[in-house]
Ligand binder design. Sequence first.
Ligand code: FAD
Length: 365
Amino acid sequence: MPTGPIVIAGAGIIGTSIGYHLARRGAKVTILDAVQPGSGATGKSLGWINATFSKRPRAYFDLNYAGIAAWRRLHLELAGELNVQWGGSVAWFPPGPEAEELRVNVRNHQQWGYAAHVISETELHGLLPLVSPGEIAAACHSEHEGAVDPLEVLTILLEKAKGFGAAIRFPCQVTGIGLTRDRIQSIQTTDGSLEASVFVLACGVGSPALARMAGIEVPLKDSPGVLLHTAPAARLIHRVVLAPGTHFKQALDGRIVAGGLIVAGVGTAIAEASVEQAEEIRRLLGRFLPQVKDAPAERVTLGYRVMPRDEYPILGFAPACPNLYVAATHSGVTLAPLIGELASIEILDGVQVKMLEPYRPSRFA
Ligand SMILES: Cc1cc2nc3c(=O)[nH]c(=O)nc-3n(C[C@H](O)[C@H](O)[C@H](O)COP(=O)(O)OP(=O)(O)OC[C@H]3O[C@@H](n4cnc5c(N)ncnc54)[C@H](O)[C@@H]3O)c2cc1C
């Protein structure tokens, strides 16, 4: 176990989960955030916990499936305090190539041991009685998935981490890194300098600039995403819905949260495209869930996914700076409890977890 303080930059769901797991094991942890906890991608996330069909190849599927299991563990550990809406997801497509692709994807994931199966139209109506799906050529239910309110989880984990002695400081932006040869000795912030025996970099889209100060590449690409939040409605759905063109859930407070992919034409600013996208999400939501057709949109958020250039997580100590631990990933809600568990093992026990081998920062060196 490192004897000195561990400084974590970034109080998104990843930095917070790592901080919680480290503090729980008795490490001396400080978590810093430039703005406030959850102000990055975490506060603009759907919060769907899944290992569905984009999670490939097999090793990445396994990581995400282990991520679901880690949520089950965390849910048990914080029984009565943490809300996870289990119930799986339901997806469908009208006739066309996507319907065929869905069947193939389900088959493939079943061969990997995933609890997903093709369902009939009658079964879909049973699972989503108030949804109007339109024509269905293929549908499936992925049973083990769930959803959380990422900000609620973040708040609980930060409180728990504090209870284990962690310090949380914000607004406190990391502005510089003090190196002696290849090792970090101190962290400069807008609130003074801090000694660090291990520095965990979990700043989301802010990570590449800080990593560069230590001579490390954390290459990310732009990946904006819009979510529309309705006013609270009576309970309409009990699982995540993946409809053609949009996906949505109903949070515990009754709000429907719906997203879609931003398609920005050449020369169109993302902010502009996101306004159009929000309108399109609203239109599709009204079509699939007519009960909220006229519900006012309370909020539209535009978030930037923490999307590594090759779309796979970047996790682990950087060989060129051996006390810098990088944690940058998409699907960060799904993976947060698992990454917290595994990063704390790597940091405190000095081992390399085999499951994380494909995701080392050194692949970009
Ligand atoms: C629209 C959208 C939908 C999504 N849906 C899902 C989903 O359904 N399921 C899923 O698993 N994932 C989803 N994701 C992805 C998931 O939300 C992210 O992978 C996850 O939130 C990343 O968390 P993070 O802690 O790494 O980063 P962030 O949440 O971005 O946190 C980084 C933090 O670092 C702070 N910071 C930045 N620079 C500095 C600095 N110099 N000093 C100190 N602090 C700094 C920021 O203020 C911020 O709070 C979605 C993302 C988006 C945008």
